[in-house]
Design a protein around this ligand. Structure first.
Ligand code: K1U
Ligand code: ZN
Length: 167
């Protein structure tokens, strides 16, 4: 089990675009396990590889009530999206900040598992928002970038202050 450090906004490494996975090997299985361990240790609903400074298109999500059904999505893509939703979002890379973001209400996501097999998921509610949020991470986008410039400046200043305090 490995719980990895999570990059904290405004770390510039959060803006790197992740590369598609081409090798479905033991290293990918280890990364998937570490992402699940890290997400569960942080009590998150999702986590993207970008957040642990690994720039490959892998994310994990678990929107189950029991928090014991994590799913690994390799090379995920949204193949259909419909409806509008503005749920409040949080992010393990932006601790203590919550705000509403406009997203699709429902998405169909196509991805591969750690062995390379393709699967599709129809997501709504929390899972839908979480998958869209995590796929943004893989493209180097953090949810606060959908907020106003003023809010972003305030958030970055608050987090820098917090990071100085905690070292
Ligand atoms: O940092 C991350 O990307 C994980 C993030 C995923 C997410 C979940 C739900 C909405 C947006 C993004 C989290 O797990 S945030 C922490 C959390 O448990 C949570 C926050 C807001 C609503 C529901 C759950
Ligand atoms: Zn996030």
């Amino acid at each position: 089990m490995a719980v990895l450090p999570i990059l904290q906004y405004p770390d510039p490494r959060l803006h790197r675009k992740a590369a598609p996975v081409t090798r479905f090997d033991a290293a990918l299985e280890r990364l998937a396990r570490d992402l699940i361990d890290t997400m569960q240790a942080a009590h998150g609903v999702g986590l993207a590889a970008t957040q642990v400074d690994v720039h490959q298109r892998v994310l994990v999500a678990d929107a189950s009530e029991t928090h014991d059904q994590p799913v690994v999505y390799v090379n995920p893509v949204i193949v259909a999206g419909e409806g509008d939703s503005t749920l409040e979002e949080g992010c393990l890379s932006v601790p203590g900040i919550y705000d509403r973001v406009a997203r699709h209400e429902r998405v169909r996501v196509r991805a591969q598992d750690v062995h390379g097999a393709f699967f599709e998921v129809d997501a709504d509610g929390l899972l839908s928002v979480c998958l869209q949020h995590e796929m943004d991470h893989l493209d180097g986008r953090v949810f606060v970038e959908y907020l106003s410039r003023l809010k972003q400046t305030r958030i970055a200043a608050k987090l820098r202050k917090q990071q100085k305090r905690t070292g």
